[in-house]
Design a protein around this ligand. Structure first.
Ligand code: G3I
Length: 605
């Protein structure tokens, strides 16, 4: 296939710089555009920060709503039974009043932040009801007319959809929730009463359980005005297969709205693993864009609050909450500078209000479509050998996989002839360290992977295959078949597939491992060779977790690792990694470090 006939395959998913339609300095603040939309744009605020001028200016200048991050919680307000401390909450409520901001009270009842006297108390049902009533009345009546919205109950539903076994459930029973809302309505008839929770945004078991909970309350006539969806998400989580998908979010807003309830996004932040690159901030902006646009496009959704004024005060930087304590999940950086996510929210509000857009149509559309705003530049394909069925691989970056190529899983590499090969490790004749040469291809049924491993000292059948398979001689290939090749965590459609040398002795049933590896129906053979072993594997293009339809130029996330053990005791003494982005063996937990595989249709160029 002469190169000149090959269409240059430059895969550019444009890196779209943030081109502001109007100069940054004359942009209206978020709150001005939110007011035009009759919408609340809020932030979690801390009383101990409002004496910092830049913090106060940003909070009051940009937001028309604030949520006391901790100051309205039980442990802060009633540290001793019957003894209330309102000083910190007063400071925030006074600040809000001075700056014409609405206050979201958060939260009257929760399973966390309960003072010892309550947590360790032994109360009868009646006593517990009295304590609950006393707390709700004391707090709400003090702030009547000053705190307009209350999270009456927070996070009462478990991930499995059952009620969380809180102290209130233990002492009072399931009706504690109804009682809390009835007390709240009595205490302040004008306040809007919300049920607030996380992971209720999409269509998960928990989201469905939250819907059933509030639907039951509405049916019983319990005073409830809305549901808070916290929206603590991770980068890219609003993609098609994630818990927070804008279609699922819209459907959720619809079914909650049909109950006559408002919905508010109450604690949004966008977490990610790894470095804070331009790429991360750009995609973070897309997530904020899509969530706010989905909310604003739905009449039931009346507010979006960010869980912190700027990155440095994010709860996610507290050790116990995340691995990435340098994370920058909010819309202002630690120096109060607006990030791409800020301009994303501004653009959504501006366009919804019919005001001048803030971003170019190109960027706004890409954010709204969830496009991967990244430059995946694959250099002009080269072909070092005319007989090759696809261009040369770009080491550590891109592998061109020819299709259709039929492969027989028989340990014989004849049918891999002319399929591009990639080698890792020292493959020179006299080398005495492990190395591997791999290849990939597809036909209309399977994706095929081959590894020819040089390893003079085979170690296998030593470790427990299910969880420790990678400690002995094995080859791993990874696929990300989703539309989010920058996902930083595994989900349906992303799999690590480890094939063990132990298959040499186990031809009848494939021994494999890997994150989501069990879902892909991999079959493989391994045969010993004079200097190591060969693995051939096949995964169906269509299985329970993905449908891959090879098309010329189609891109998947792709990665290859080689594991070598020196002995039964010295496990994984060799680790060879193909993708240049996986600098420290992170592919097992973070698919964003995979390289790329580009399907190349044979004889079509
Ligand atoms: O203020 C004390 C300080 O005096 C003391 O030295 C220090 C010792 O640990 O604790 C400080 O209080 C901390 C408080 O935040 C203020 O920073 C608490 O330990 C810490 O547990 C508390 O964490 C808060 C967490 O809720 C628990 O209340 C986070 O800031 C807050 O962002 C987080 O917010 C929750 C929402 O309320 C509900 N949805 C989930 C969200 C994240 O967990």
């Amino acid at each position: 296939m002469p190169l000149k006939r090959m269409m240059p395959l430059i895969v550019l998913l444009m890196l779209v710089s943030i081109s502001l339609v109007s100069a940054q300095e004359d942009l209206p603040p978020l709150r001005e555009l939110a007011d035009l939309n009759d919408f609340y744009i809020g932030a979690a605020a801390r009383a101990d920060n409002i004496n910092t001028p830049a913090y106060a200016e940003t909070l009051a200048g940009e937001f028309n709503m604030l949520t006391p991050e901790n100051e309205a919680k039980f442990c802060e307000l009633q540290p001793q039974q019957g003894s209330f401390d309102f000083d910190e909450l007063d400071r925030l409520v006074d600040f809000a009043a001075e700056n014409n901001m609405v206050v979201r009270g958060h939260t009257l009842l929760w399973h966390r932040c309960n003072p010892d006297w309550l947590l360790n108390g032994a109360f009868s049902r009646e006593e517990a009801i009295d304590i609950m009533r006393e707390h709700i009345f004391t707090v709400m009546q003090r702030y009547q007319g000053r705190i307009a919205i209350w999270d009456v109950v927070n996070e009462a539903v478990n991930e499995d959809g059952n009620l969380r076994n809180t102290i209130w459930l233990q002492w009072i029973g399931e009706e504690y929730i109804d009682l809390a809302f009835q007390f709240a309505r009595e205490a302040d008839p004008d306040a809007l009463l919300f049920y607030n929770d996380y992971d209720g945004e999409g269509r998960s078991n928990k989201a469905n359980a939250i819907y059933e909970l509030v639907a039951g309350m509405v049916e019983r006539g319990i005073p409830l005005d809305g549901v808070g969806l916290q929206m603590h998400i991770e980068l890219g989580e609003t993609e098609a297969y994630q818990a927070v998908n804008t279609t699922n979010l819209t459907n959720n807003l619809t079914r909650l709205g049909e109950l006559g309830l408002q919905v508010q996004i109450t604690e949004m932040d966008v977490y990610y693993e790894g470095e804070a690159t331009e790429e991360v901030f750009d995609r973070q902006a897309g997530d904020y864009y899509r969530v706010l646009q989905t909310c604003l496009n739905h009449e039931a959704c009346t507010a979006l609050a960010i869980w912190g004024v700027h990155d440095q005060v994010s709860w996610l930087r507290q050790e116990e909450h995340s691995e990435n304590t340098d994370v920058e999940p909010l819309i202002f950086d630690g120096k109060y500078q607006p990030k791409p996510a800020y301009f994303a929210l501004l653009d959504v509000l501006a366009r919804a209000a019919g005001a001048a857009p803030v971003l170019s149509d190109e960027v706004a559309t890409a954010y709204a479509d969830g496009a991967i705003l990244r430059e995946i530049v694959i250099p002009e394909p080269t072909l070092s050998n005319e007989a090759q069925l696809a261009p040369d691989a770009v080491h550590g970056v891109a592998y061109y996989a020819p299709f259709p190529v039929f492969i027989e899983l028989d340990g014989d590499l004849a049918d891999w002839e002319n399929v591009p090969r990639v080698s890792m490790g020292d493959t020179s004749e006299d080398a005495n360290t492990e190395s591997v040469t791999f290849a990939a291809a597809a036909d209309d049924t399977n994706f095929y992977f081959m590894a020819n491993v040089r390893d003079s000292n085979l170690v296998y059948g030593v470790y427990e295959p299910l969880n420790e398979w990678y400690k002995e001689d094995s080859v791993e290939f990874y696929l990300n078949t989703t539309d989010n090749l920058f996902a930083t965590r595994y989900s349906t459609g992303i799999a690590q597939i480890g094939v063990l040398a132990a298959n040499i002795e186990n031809p009848e049933e494939t021994i494999f491992g890997g994150y989501n590896g069990a879902d892909v129906n991999v079959t493989a053979v391994a045969v010993e060779t004079e200097d190591g072993y060969i693995i051939e594997a096949a995964v169906p293009l269509e299985n329970d977790v993905w449908t891959i339809t090879p098309a010329n130029g189609q891109i998947l996330g792709f990665q290859v690792h080689l594991n070598g053990a020196t002995s039964a005791e010295d496990s994984q003494t060799t680790k060879l990694i193909w993708s240049a982005a996986d600098a420290d063996d992170q592919s097992w937990r973070n698919p964003s470090v995979f390289g790329r595989l580009i399907f190349w249709e044979v004889n079509s160029q």
